[in-house]
Write a new protein. Structure first.
Length: 427
């Protein structure tokens, strides 16, 4: 059994690639079924966010090599998204076994995020696990790995200062808005989506005195819930056309596979605003705002990749905490790999126990017959103890004698370690 982590992230691939390989939430269960139908793949989970798409896989015991799994996953990945393998291959990575375990733990702990230590990724990881579990593609190995990972991520958050600074994609977006506008209290923000990132943006804007907030979402009820919390105004996605011209700031983060704002809608909004500029921050992958909207005069369009410089300013205080977190992760990677290796002994241990239990039952049955025949109980107990001891040690002692005869000293050393025997002079 091997574990694999395969995918792309913000470090290896630009947004134009990441948006092509993202999995829509409603398509993940069927994608998991397809993935685990591939030869040699037993278990799988898919994590797809704006900054990464990763496949976590458990393989069957087989002769397939890691390099072959890489090719298999690459071909399936590209086929599923209808992309040319040559276009995607330069951006992908594959981590096997111990490296895969370290990768998933670092991702869940926020150490591999665009914003170091951001907490949202753990919730996204838990959702990826839940989706795979409901799809029936989580087996004993990935289940144990995810549970261990969640525990490690919690410890990293508790035992280090990795989350002490309020730095996130949402915080970076608001920081950019504060740099762009001299006073937020004079401006209106249109936030598209009602997920966790949008909620954070809304809260940060409110804390920084934004004049007015409009929340647009496909499910209007969710928009109302968030709007009520931040004293905002809720609309459905169709209402964006009507209200876009009111917005000085637009921040969009939905899971829509297609843009929710077109260039034509942006042009119409600018015309209605009499050329007052709009700051648009698209933190969705795939992108919510048509890329060519940036060509419209008085539109300042930023994507998640453009937030990198702002984000870097808030990372310094987290660097030492990240080192401490990596030490915690290294320890737990070692623990998990030890557990994984111990599984190889399960069959041997089971056979040894079954053999010992068979010997026990035979000796016990013999003792019962002697007691039923009226033999002295004390003598029966002594015979039982002697017979059980003799039968249990017969095979190991015979094998050790044979090893000594053949000069296999390493087997004798292993026997001393296995049975915790003191070294004595052999005569």
């Amino acid at each position: 059994m091997s574990l694999l982590a395969f995918g792309v992230n913000h470090k290896t691939a630009p947004v134009k690639i990441r948006e092509k390989v993202a999995f829509a939430p409603e398509r993940v269960p069927s994608a998991l079924q397809e993935l685990t139908s591939r030869e040699g793949l037993r278990e799988a989970a898919i994590l797809s966010t704006c900054n990464r798409t990763e496949l976590y896989c458990g393989t069957a015991d087989s002769e397939i090599q890691v390099v072959d799994y890489r090719q298999m996953l690459l071909e399936w990945f590209c086929s599923y998204h209808q992309l040319d393998v040559r276009r995607v291959e330069p951006y992908i990575y594959l981590y096997p076994d111990q490296s895969a375990v370290r990768q998933i733990m670092r991702v869940a702990s926020g150490l591999d995020s665009l914003v170091l230590g951001e907490p949202q990724i753990l919730g996204q990881m838990k959702q990826a696990y839940l989706t795979a579990h409901q799809a029936g593609t989580i087996g004993s190995h990935l289940n144990r790995l995810f549970q261990h990972t969640f525990s490690v991520a919690k410890r990293v958050r508790t035992d280090t200062a990795i989350g002490a600074s309020p730095v996130s994609v949402a915080f970076a977006a608001v920081s950019l808005a504060k740099q762009f506008f001299s006073n937020l209290d004079r401006h209106t923000a249109l936030l598209i989506g009602a997920g966790e990132t949008t909620e954070l943006v809304a809260r940060h804007l409110r804390e920084n005195g934004i004049g007015r907030i409009i929340i647009a979402n496909r499910t209007v009820e969710k928009a109302y819930l968030l709007a009520n919390e931040v004293d905002g105004y809720a609309i459905g996605l169709p209402g964006i056309k009507t209200h876009l011209a009111e917005a000085d700031l637009v921040v969009s983060s939905t899971a829509s596979p297609e843009p929710v704002i077109t260039r034509e809608e942006v042009e119409q909004a600018v015309k209605s605003r009499k050329r007052r500029p709009i700051l648009m921050i698209d933190i969705a992958v795939p992108r919510d705002i048509a890329a060519d909207a940036s060509e419209v005069d008085d539109i300042y369009l930023y994507t998640v990749d453009d937030l990198q410089d702002i984000i870097q300013e808030g990372l310094r205080s987290r660097q030492e905490a990240a080192k401490q977190a990596d030490e915690i992760i290294d320890t737990h990677v070692s623990h998990f790999m030890g557990w994984l290796r111990s599984l190889s002994a399960v069959g041997t241990i089971r056979s040894y126990r079954e053999n010992a239990e068979q010997i026990r039952d035979e000796v016990l049955e013999k003792a019962r017959r002697h007691l039923a025949a009226g033999h002295d109980p004390e003598q029966v107990l002594q015979e039982l103890a002697y017979g059980l001891t003799n039968k249990l040690i017969h095979t190991p002692t015979a094998q050790m004698s044979q090893a000594a005869y053949a000069g296999r000293n390493e087997l004798l050393e292993a026997a001393r370690e296995l049975f915790k025997l003191d070294k004595t002079d052999e005569s």
